[in-house]
Design a protein around this ligand. Structure first.
Ligand SMILES: Nc1nc2c(c(=O)[nH]1)N[C@H]1C(S)=C(S)[C@@H](COP(=O)(O)OP(=O)(O)OC[C@H]3O[C@@H](n4cnc5c(N)ncnc54)[C@H](O)[C@@H]3O)O[C@H]1N2
Ligand code: MOO
Ligand SMILES: [Mg+2]
Length: 422
């Protein structure tokens, strides 16, 4: 096996991966299970909102023409003939001088054309009847919330590809989506390779470490919207690893392995791809961490050979696997959001490759700042817990100084349509 690998640019790697993008199928799920899922169809209004003219206040539905002569010096009295609450319908039709007591959200009673809130009236009782006193005139239409003033039948309110969040869910309920059309989640298999790996419950032993990648990656998979299928860890033995990879591939949409992808004696992934007859899209990317990230394709399915080094593994997933998953789900914004901000610390290390520095973002006086966290090595695991962004430092530069303006990829929140062009 050749250890000379030709690095490609980050965006070339992302584009190569997305050549194998798939569009997931639709499934219908109960609305209560739809949080964070991706809509497979637009939400279109099948009725007006509001669906009828209604009162936006607690007060009285009146005939505006009855109040024409009302003033401070000439108060008028109107008889209250019925009370209607939200969900109810008035049974009577007011005649001249009559009003209906009405609550917020109730349908405008027939024969009325204005609302007067309680606070602008005084109630009096006379001869066993209730009247309101009004001291000013009201125009027809006063304080009515009209049918369709918010949304008309046929309006597209949310595009396909959007993720269900509380506001979207409110619309799903408004339009009667008891079942929601969402993208089926792709199944992403995970194998962690490495003879040195211990399970989470095992005590440390000399020369060994606990397997953190598979927990981190399954969590990243779920966060990206897919279903993680964790197959366990593999010792570095070629035959065992080959069989495991070949058989897992049958059951998943995508297979991630962590570790064993570099040029070491026990890094078997390159040989596994070869034996499988998989098409290796690339085996080196001009970036740090994650330069060894390898992606291969076998019968239309992608194998992501992520680095064993935790930070490299994390970054490889976010830049390459996440967009594939989000594209499958129909997201129009599958890439990490890129913003510009100010570097909060010197970063003197020059590097031929573009560097993704684990960082913490803050907003101060309306400006975005990014502060690198922890040791900047690809084997580092601790900095990941405190990062919410990756500062992007282009390759071939002399290093960066505190106060420099830099590109920052955000790890949380809405994504972007744009591929990072580095
Ligand atoms: N001669 C060269 N050596 C290396 C190169 C190179 O270009 N030439 N690249 C280095 C870079 S860069 C990286 S990144 C690593 C990648 O190594 P592998 O992907 O082959 O991963 P492993 O060798 O299996 O492990 C690397 C490192 O990560 C630890 N590890 C592995 N799995 C896990 C896990 N599940 N949880 C936590 N930590 C894990 C492992 O113990 C090693 O320390 O190669 C460099 N070498
Ligand atoms: O692939 Mo390695 O993480 O570049 O450091
Ligand atoms: Mg290795």
């Amino acid at each position: 096996m050749s250890i000379d690998r030709k690095p490609i640019k980050v965006h070339e790697a992302i584009e190569a991966v997305l050549k194998f993008a798939k569009d997931g199928e639709v499934e219908y799920i109960p609305i209560n299970e739809s949080d964070n899922r991706f809509l497979k169809a637009a939400i279109k209004a099948d009725h007006d909102i509001p669906p009828f003219d209604r009162s936006p206040l607690d007060g009285f539905a009146i005939r505006a023409e009855d109040t024409v002569t009302a003033s401070q010096t000439n108060p008028i009295e109107l008889e209250v003939i019925e009370t209607v609450g939200a969900g109810g319908l008035a049974k009577k039709v007011p005649e001249k001088g009559q009003v209906i007591r009405i609550m917020t959200g109730a349908k405008m009673p027939e024969g009325t054309d204005a609302i007067v809130m309680f606070e602008l009236t005084k109630e009096i009782e006379r001869d066993g009847k209730t009247f309101i006193v009004i001291k000013r005139a009201f125009k027809s239409g006063n304080d009515i919330s009209y049918r369709a003033e918010e949304t008309r039948t046929g309006d597209v309110l949310v595009e396909a590809g959007r993720q269900v969040e509380p506001g979207v869910k409110a619309l799903l309920a408004t339009f009667g989506y008891s079942k929601v059309p969402v993208a089926k989640k792709p199944i992403v298999g995970v194998y962690a390779t490495g003879t040195e790996l211990l399970d989470v419950h095992e005590p440390l032993e000399p020369g060994k470490i606990r397997n953190s990648n598979s927990y981190m990656i399954t969590s990243q998979i779920e966060k990206a919207g897919a279903t993680a299928k964790y197959y366990g860890k593999l010792v570095d033995e070629f035959d065992r690893c080959y069989e495991a990879v070949a058989s897992a591939l049958e059951e998943v949409d995508v297979l991630i392995t962590t570790g064993g992808v570099s040029v070491g004696d026990f890094d078997y992934l390159p040989a596994i791809y070869e034996k499988l007859g998989a098409n290796v899209l690339f085996n080196k990317i001009g970036m740090r961490p994650g330069s060894v990230t390898t992606v291969a394709e076998y019968k239309g399915k992608l194998l992501f050979g992520l680095s064993g080094n935790p930070s490299a593994c994390y970054v490889g997933f976010e830049l390459l696997t996440r967009p594939w998953i989000q594209t499958y789900l129909g997201s129009k914004k599958p890439h990490l959001q890129l913003v510009q901000g100010i570097l909060k610390a010197d970063f003197p290390k020059p590097n031929p490759f573009v560097r993704f520095i684990r960082s913490k973002v803050t907003i101060e006086a309306g400006k975005i700042y990014a502060e690198p966290v922890g040791l900047d090595k690809s084997g580092v695991v601790t900095s990941l817990a405190n990062s919410d962004a990756l500062v992007v430092l282009p390759g071939g530069t002399r290093g960066f100084k505190k106060g420099d303006e830099v590109d920052i990829l955000l790890l949380n929140g809405e994504g972007s349509t744009e591929i990072l062009k580095k």
